[in-house]
Design a protein around this ligand. Structure first.
Ligand code: UT7
Length: 326
């Protein structure tokens, strides 16, 4: 069975920068606290007019151009997001319209911060089975629109952005070696957005109680994330008979520098082999891995034949990984 391969990448972040000192003026926090506890220095914020599909469009245009294809060549669009343009239709359909990708089908994946790797898992299966030949896989978020800007425990963390890849059948052994997805719904309460769905339909009450914003039990999430991601990274390499020393690059979900450091330590990876850009963008949920991947590609941090490990953790709870031979 042939592998699927990421043939190109693209990324986009909004122009507006919100620094830690900007946040100091909004909530009771400090640059020192945010930097020490998370590693984040600034994040990008979408404009009033920008919805998630607008960010996805900018990232996708770059990926399509770099692949040397046209939007009509794409036969499937999967967008991983928890901050779509509307509850329905899917953000993938809005993106399809913007691109003019008239020969594609489109749908969204909701797996929070693990969403891009869930979408990659699905796409990999679709390509390997022969059901689809060229898939646009996107992670895109405008978390600023669902963030409670009065809640210092969450608003300092999140940011907006989008990343995209084009996935095609591989001609050789380059490509996605394995993908792994997991979830534990028993821990849904650690991160959620309670309002606006069928459990708590939008009402004056849900607005008054600020239920339309992300809620997170940060410290509990942190502890599960560290443990789970360490195990996941080790297991992903083990099932593929690879030593951590054979890895050229680890691209983790950009949630917290301390979580990233813990995974790197467990694999005994020097930080030069770990892509970290959360200081610039914060936690962009499903967008963080494809944005970081694009950065790795355009700054020549990956070369043909390199083994790279992607891993993520988020609400659901969900967690996922992918091992790739570039
Ligand atoms: O994206 C995937 C899923 N999400 C994650 O992986 C996020 C995981 N969690 C985290 O990254 C960290 O838990 C946070 C960065 C969210 C918080 O860091 P922490 O070290 O776990 O802090 P904490 O929640 O235990 O809070 C420590 C103290 C508390 O004060 P007291 O009770 O010790 O007096 C908080 O009230 O820090 C206080 N605090 C703040 N202080 C200044 C909480 N948020 C802030 C803030 N500025 N923004």
């Amino acid at each position: 069975m042939k592998r699927s391969r990421i043939v190109s990448t693209g990324a986009y972040v909004p122009e507006t920068i919100m620094s830690n000192s900007d946040l100091e003026k909004m909530v009771d926090t400090s640059d020192e606290w945010i930097t020490e506890r998370t590693g984040i220095k600034e994040r990008r914020i979408a404009s009033k007019e920008q919805a998630t599909s607008d960010l996805a469009y900018e990232a996708s245009k770059i990926a399509i151009e770099r692949a040397g294809i046209t939007p009509e060549d794409i036969d499937l669009i999967i967008v991983a997001t928890i901050s779509g343009d509307m509850p329905f239709p899917s953000t993938a359909c809005f993106l399809q319209e913007k691109l003019g990708a008239v020969n594609a089908a489109g749908f969204d994946v909701n797996a929070t911060c693990s969403g891009f790797l869930y979408a990659l898992h699905i796409s990999n299966g679709m390509i390997k089975s022969g059901l689809h030949k060229r898939i646009l896989v996107v992670g895109a978020e405008t978390l600023s629109k669902i963030t409670d800007w009065e809640d210092r425990t969450t608003c300092v963390i999140f940011g907006d952005g989008a990343g995209a890849v084009i996935l095609e059948p591989s001609e050789n052994d380059r490509g996605v070696i394995s993908t792994h997805i997991n979830s534990d719904g028993r821990l849904w309460e650690l991160i959620n957005l309670p309002g606006g769905g069928s459990r708590n339909p939008a009402s004056d009450e849900t607005i008054k109680n600020r239920l339309h914003y992300i809620k997170m039990k940060g410290n509990e999430t942190f502890k599960v994330a560290v443990r789970t991601l360490e195990d996941l990274a080790v297991r992903t390499l083990e099932v593929n008979n690879l030593n951590p020393s054979q890895l050229s690059l680890l691209i983790p979900h950009q949630a917290n520098m301390r979580i990233i450091q813990a995974t790197a330590d467990r694999l005994k990876l020097p930080m030069e082999k770990v892509l970290v850009n959360l200081q610039l963008y914060g936690n962009t949920s499903a967008a963080s891995i494809p944005i970081a991947l694009h950065e790795a590609v355009i700054s020549d941090k990956i070369k043909e034949g390199d083994y790279i490990l992607l891993e993520a953790f988020g609400g659901g709870l969900t967690w996922a990984s992918a091992l790739i031979k570039w």
